[in-house]
Design a protein around this ligand. Structure first.
Ligand SMILES: CCCCCCCCCCCCCCCC(=O)SCCNC(=O)CCNC(=O)[C@H](O)C(C)(C)COP(=O)(O)OP(=O)(O)OC[C@H]1O[C@@H](n2cnc3c(N)ncnc32)[C@H](O)[C@@H]1OP(=O)(O)O
Length: 132
């Protein structure tokens, strides 16, 4: 059995490089913000041309949880709230951003956002993550 945490997480649906059906997100940190880019394809849609809301939520969940993970904090999502401001289109590059808003003991308050190249925000997320 593989006991290395980094290795065991290689199948994360959103970021695991070994997940054959995963989104394979990669990240970088810019000015206390975690950033990823992703272009959804037809396999990610709900209504024609529109990204599935569950997957929009996945992007937001990942950018917020992944930011803490990148800082060595192993966190699970305790609460996730998504505001779908506009349809997230298929075939356009999305910018996904996450940041830390606050912390109380082992609970982190996080915020996330998905935007289009013209700056239009399609979805906003708020989450509580629990360090485990
Ligand atoms: C290239 C290499 C690849 C590497 C690859 C990396 C992969 C790595 C990816 C990382 C990125 C992952 C990003 C996705 C992250 C998930 O999707 S994780 C999966 C989804 N989440 C879960 O499964 C979590 C399930 N829930 C739990 O485990 C537990 O309920 C929790 C959240 C740990 C809390 O349990 P607990 O510690 O027993 O706490 P509990 O008794 O419920 O509450 C104690 C107190 O905590 C506070 N609290 C608890 N819940 C809440 C809440 N929701 N809101 C506010 N306060 C709360 C309250 O004060 C509460 O007191 P009361 O109000 O109840 O009196």
């Amino acid at each position: 059995m593989n006991t290395n945490t980094e290795d065991r997480n290689q199948h994360c649906f959103a970021c695991g490089p070994k997940n054959p059906i995963g989104l394979k997100l990669t990240f970088r940190e810019e000015n206390d913000t975690y950033v990823a880019r992703f272009t959804p394809g037809p396999e990610h849609q709900s209504y024609d041309g529109v990204m599935h809301g569950g997957l929009v939520s996945t992007l937001l969940d990942e950018i917020m949880g992944g930011y803490l993970y990148s800082k060595g904090l192993y966190a699970v999502t305790a609460k996730l709230e998504v505001r779908f401001r506009a349809p997230t289109p298929i075939g356009r590059e999305l910018k996904i951003q996450g940041r830390i808003v606050g912390q109380k003991r082992t609970m982190y308050e996080m915020a996330g956002e998905i935007s289009l190249p013209d700056g239009t925000v399609t979805a906003e997320g708020k989450a509580i993550l629990a360090i485990v």
